[in-house]
Design a binder for this molecule. Structure first.
Ligand SMILES: [Mn+2]
Length: 305
């Protein structure tokens, strides 16, 4: 069986500063069509996507409907399986159903693989296990070919950290110890695959180059053959002038990233990872009226945005 593996998509109407496209959303839609048409033309029926379909859970209905209309064209020939990335969620909360990804699921356009039990691909002996953002890696429970679809930071090896001080990551080959034959990961926007006698890991990376720092990134999708274990990368069509590489902007962007990283380091001194706990702590520190505090507490509990 051949499987087409996508990377992070990040559908949005908001054009990144470094992009020159007249209509960024259309460029994105064309790329998704390109990948799915490739599957259709090459008799590939299974598509895996490891999270971050959308850039935020607050994208407009226009963005969601454009994605729906693309998927609708392929619903009879493709089965698409995914997990949720943190960008698909409100407040990193996997229990809140009020997200655009659920619209695609309920419209029958894709499957979101649950963390609780694997999903069988048709009548085959292939099973997909799902780890959306923040969820635990499940144990393999079925015989046959097992696939882990996961949204978490995976790097190819310790020499390829995204930044020197990066600590929160999993090295690709370490995921093979869980017993999966194929791991398809998202979150790292770089493109790579890792393969040894134990298994194969594919991290297709971002579909778009959204910053000038990604100038060397070659966006593409990967084809994996479960019988031969062959991995093949297919590049998206990329126009040369879609990134504005003016030196000035590049310097600004680097400075901006550096500054936000430094201020993130400062903040991390007294801020933990639990979003709700952080809000509660901030409420205690600021002398707000009880009415305002209640509104904020209710908002984060229901997270209905
Ligand atoms: Mn992402």
């Amino acid at each position: 069986m051949k499987i087409l593996n996508l990377g992070d998509l990040h559908f949005t109407k908001r054009k990144p500063r470094a992009r020159t496209d007249k209509d960024y959303l259309s460029t994105m839609v064309d790329k998704l069509k390109e990948a799915l048409t490739y599957a259709q033309n090459n008799e590939i029926e299974i598509v895996l996507q490891p999270g971050d379909w959308f850039d935020t859970a607050k994208v407009s209905h226009e963005v969601v409907s454009k994605v729906c209309s693309v998927l609708e064209k392929y619903r009879n020939c493709l089965s698409i399986f995914c997990v949720a990335g943190q960008h698909d969620l409100h407040f990193h909360n996997t229990n809140n159903p009020n997200i655009p990804l659920n619209v695609l699921k309920e419209a029958g356009l894709l499957y979101i693989v649950p963390n609780s039990s694997p999903v069988q691909i048709g009548n085959s002996s292939c099973y997909i296990y799902g780890t959306s953002w923040g969820q635990k890696i499940p144990k393999t429970t079925m015989d046959g070919f097992s696939i882990l679809l996961i949204h978490t930071m995976v790097i190819p090896n310790k020499n390829e950290k995204l930044w020197e001080a990066q600590e929160d990551y999993i090295v690709g080959k370490d995921l093979f110890s869980y017993g999966f034959d194929l791991v398809v990961s998202g979150d790292n926007h770089n493109s790579f695959f890792v393969q040894n006698e134990k298994g194969t890991l594919i991290n297709a990376g971002s579909m778009m180059r959204s910053t000038v720092a990604q100038i060397k990134h070659r966006p593409g999708f990967y084809i994996f053959d479960t019988d031969t274990k062959e991995v093949k990368k297919v590049l998206y069509t990329v126009k040369n002038d879609t990134l504005d590489l003016s030196v000035k902007e590049r310097k600004e962007e680097i400075d901006e990233n550096l500054n936000s990283f430094i201020s993130g380091l400062k903040k991390s001194m007294d801020i933990g990872l639990d979003y709700k706990a952080n809000i509660h702590k901030a409420l205690e520190e600021h002398n707000l009226s009880s009415e305002v505090s209640e509104v904020i507490k209710n908002t984060i509990e229901t997270a209905e945005i």
